[in-house]
Design a protein around this ligand. Structure first.
Ligand SMILES: *Cc1c(COP(=O)(O)O)cnc(C)c1O
Length: 427
């Protein structure tokens, strides 16, 4: 498999776009390769400019749960764009989208649309601070909530420390109110609450962590957060940008039966178009401008094309209910990989929740960020390279979740397992 045209394009891109990409992980830096330039996608496959076909487990990092170029989405967007792309005025589509989301997630009574997951988390935190009139927030090490200044704090192993920014350009003053806790560890939360519980506006959490691989919540973890937030007047924010309509119709809060106060959404609800949303209890949401004093706005928010693509996606998911099939196929693939690695005596942990999965090259159970960091990234790079060269398109990092779509066939899964078998010879 050659990628000479992609290589030429990457050289050209790097002259005019920082790193040649509009989002860093696409540059393949952590696997020391040049990325394929994708020219089209259909169903479970993507195709690059050199004519190579790949079985896609990235799915645009989550949104493409129905596969690429789903006919109903294509038609809906085509139909809308012919009638005008944006008006910056109220449309019926926005009501329908809000009704669809509110019906799917019982914790949401009102919802506001934005344009990305980052905007959703940023706005949710501002709203929680406005509502509680408190400043501090807690996030978990290894959870990603978009590139919001004060959420770019990973804090690594030293839980219960005050936040140190991960990025240049973020003054320490901006992250001073961000406290970091350990995923799946309620003790780390209790310590923070004991220190300053009445100053904490919100706890934000990925209910299934999907940005340090895939880490399921341990039994009682989410429930424990819910109880502590209720007791101390803290707003519980579920960042379901990845898990919403992925791990279940609705999301992780349906799967684990926990009601957060605010939920952030994105990815799937846009069907591949740029979108985000945050919603929750009426009492909290009514603090938003123009009703309340928490300002929030967006020129393209509720954009008709994004609403059309998102609505068709949600309705298709509701009507066709692909979730049992996604579960079955994901278990087949995850268990298959697990068995092959075991056979070859390669230390590994396969974590999976529904159609989100991650294979870590480690022998430590992975429950939090420190556990995830024990993975052997060099071995991952070899595995990734071998898979890519056999036409299997995985996320180019040990710490990303893989996604299966409703378009993946049994043949796709078997071909992938054959590729894993081959890859294991060289890692
Ligand atoms: C992708 C993601 C975001 C950020 O969304 P963008 O649309 O990239 O800004 C936030 N939170 C989680 C959990 C995500 O997976």
């Amino acid at each position: 498999m050659t990628r000479t045209t992609s290589k030429k394009l990457f050289d050209r891109a790097r002259k005019v776009i920082p790193g040649g990409v509009n989002s860093p992980v696409r540059a393949y830096g952590s696997v020391s390769l040049d990325p394929p330039f994708i020219i089209r996608g259909r169903g479970s496959k993507v195709y690059d400019v050199d004519g190579n076909e790949y079985i896609d487990y990235v799915g645009s990092w989550g949104p493409m749960i129905l596969g690429h170029a789903h006919p109903a989405i294509v038609e809906a967007v085509r139909d809308r764009v012919a009638r005008g792309a944006s008006f910056g005025a109220p449309t019926i589509l926005e009501i329908e989208m809000a009704e669809e989301i509110n019906a799917a997630l019982p914790s949401i009574e009102m919802v506001r649309m934005v344009n990305s997951g980052t905007e959703a988390t940023m706005s949710a935190i501002r709203l929680a601070r406005g509502y509680t009139k408190r400043k501090k927030i807690i996030k978990f090490a290894g959870c990603y909530h978009g590139h919001v200044d004060y959420l770019l704090v990973e804090a690594g192993s030293g839980a219960m420390t005050f936040g140190v920014p991960d990025s240049a350009g973020v003054p320490e003053e901006f992250t001073r109110n961000t406290l970091s806790a350990t995923y799946n560890d309620l003790n780390s939360i209790d310590t923070l609450i004991k220190d300053c519980g009445d100053e904490i506006a919100a706890i934000i959490v990925e209910p299934v962590a999907g940005n340090m691989g895939t880490i399921p919540p341990r039994p009682g973890f989410l429930q424990g957060l819910r109880e502590r937030c209720s007791k101390h007047g803290i707003v519980l924010i579920f960042d379901e940008v990845m898990t919403g309509f992925r791990v279940a119709y609705g999301g992780a809060q349906i799967l684990y039966d926990i009601k957060p106060d605010i939920t952030c959404l994105g990815k799937i609800i846009g069907g591949g178009l740029p979108v985000g949303a945050f919603g929750g209890k009426r009492e909290i949401m009514e603090c938003l401008s123009p009703l309340g004093s928490v300002y929030q706005a967006g020129t393209l928010s509720g954009n008709p094309l994004a609403m059309a693509a998102g609505l068709v996606t949600l309705r298709t998911l509701k009507n066709e209910n692909p979730y049992p099939k996604l579960e079955k196929n994901s278990a087949y693939l995850g268990d298959g990989i697990d068995a092959l690695l075991t056979e070859h005596n390669i230390p590994h942990v396969c974590n999976r929740v529904g159609s989100m999965l991650c294979t870590y090259f480690t022998n430590t159970p992975v429950d939090n960020y420190d556990d995830a960091k024990t993975a052997d990234c060099e071995r991952f790079t070899k595995y990734f390279t071998a898979m890519l060269n056999q036409g299997i398109y995985l996320a180019p990092s040990q710490f990303e979740a893989g996604f299966i779509s409703a378009a993946h066939s049994q043949d796709d899964l078997d071909r992938t397992l054959d590729a894993v078998k081959m890859a294991l010879e060289s890692i």
